[in-house]
Design a protein around this ligand. Sequence first.
Ligand SMILES: [Fe+2]
Ligand SMILES: [Fe+2]
Length: 134
Amino acid sequence: MEKFIFSKDLKTDVSSIDFQHQILIEKINILTESVEIADNEKVLINLKDLVRFTKQHFMYEEMIFNNFNYKQTKAHHTRHIGLTNELDDLIKTLEDGNPINYNEIYSFLKNWLTNHIKIEDMSYLDFMRENKVP
Ligand SMILES: [Fe+2]
Ligand SMILES: [Fe+2]
C-alpha cells in the first residue's frame, strides 16, 4: 500500500493543528505497515494507538472551539463523534476476531482523515486565524 503523505492540500497553516494531523498520518502509516506484514496483534495495538491520538486531537480542536465560541462547534463535534464511533466499531470487529479486509481499512482511514481535514477542518480556518491560534 502506498504511503499516506501530508500533502499541501491538507495544510491548514495553523501549526499546532498541522502538527497533530501529521502525527495522525504517521500513525496510519505505522498501522499500514503492521497490516502489510499481517501481524494481527500489532494491527490492533497500532489501531488503538491511532484511535487514542485521534480522540486527543478532537478534544484539542473542541477545546479551542469552546474557548473562542466557534459557531459550528456542535456540527463539528457531531462529526467527531461519528468518526470516533466508526473507529471504535473497527476495534471491536478486530477484537471479536471477525474477518476484515485490510485494504478496506487503509482506504477507510485515509479517506476518513482526508475528507475530515478538507471539509470540516478547513472550514474553521478563518475562525482560527481571527483568534490567532498558534
Ligand atoms: Fe476536526
Ligand atoms: Fe483535525
